[in-house]
Design a protein around this ligand. Structure first.
Ligand SMILES: [Zn+2]
Length: 221
């Protein structure tokens, strides 16, 4: 029974949560599934998003790239934070996220390191101007209004270095409890976080399913 299992998990986690004064959450696609968003295996016209979202694809065929971006943005901007995002925000838990959906910030999380950037913004690679992604609905291939370069999503392309990593390692190393939610942390460099926590003896709670029920039950008292 899922409810019984949830109760057992919550009982086991309760003591860890109550003793923690500096919890940090690491979140991935699984936390946003209840908001209607896909996980990393999602496809667009039969092509996996992680294959589409490369710098090579972007540079070789920006028109195709932005056709995908528009579809993606359309779907993703309709998503709203779910109770798991809200619980972390209300409890003031710092968040390190692999997600580009911006839902932690929309839920009100102030300290939120978005390692892969943000889908809903476009950035000019030449002058750094940030504009809303909606601009891609007005131009087939959106250009910088200032310097006319092709804009790119304010996100990390597949295979490129993540952002804020040193800051994230410091945050994790300083925590006294790690909440790992909706990610297996099985890709570099985030696969280093469990080792960082292990070396410092930081306990870890892993929530891989039903975070929208389990996190509020654990955190909101
Ligand atoms: Zn520019």
């Amino acid at each position: 029974m899922e409810g019984d299992r949830d109760d057992r998990d919550l009982k086991a986690w309760r003591g860890l949560w109550d003793r923690a004064s500096r919890p940090v959450a690491l979140t991935g696609a699984g936390i946003s599934v209840a908001s209607g968003l896909p996980t990393g295996s999602a496809k667009w016209n039969g092509i996996a998003l992680r294959e589409l979202f490369t710098r090579r694809r972007f540079e070789e065929a920006p028109g195709v790239f932005f056709a995908c971006y528009r579809d993606w943005l359309w779907k993703w901007r309709e998503a709203v934070p779910n109770p798991a995002h809200a619980a972390l925000a209300e409890a003031g838990v710092p968040v390190v996220t692999l997600n580009v959906d911006g839902l932690h910030r929309r839920a009100g999380s102030v300290l939120c390191l978005e390692l892969h950037g943000r889908l809903s913004e476009l950035i000019c690679p030449a002058c750094g101007l940030l504009v809303q992604g909606d601009r891609a609905f007005k131009e087939t291939v959106p250009h910088c209004p200032d310097c006319r370069r092709i804009l790119q999503p304010n996100m990390v392309f597949v295979g490129e270095p993540v952002r804020h990593f040193a800051e994230a390692v410091d945050l994790v190393g300083d925590a006294d409890l790690l909440l790992v939610v909706g990610t297996r942390l099985d890709v570099a460099p985030v696969n280093q976080f469990p080792a960082v926590a292990g070396r410092k003896g930081i306990p870890t709670i892993r929530i891989n399913r039903r975070a929208e029920r389990l996190l509020p039950a654990l955190i909101a008292r």
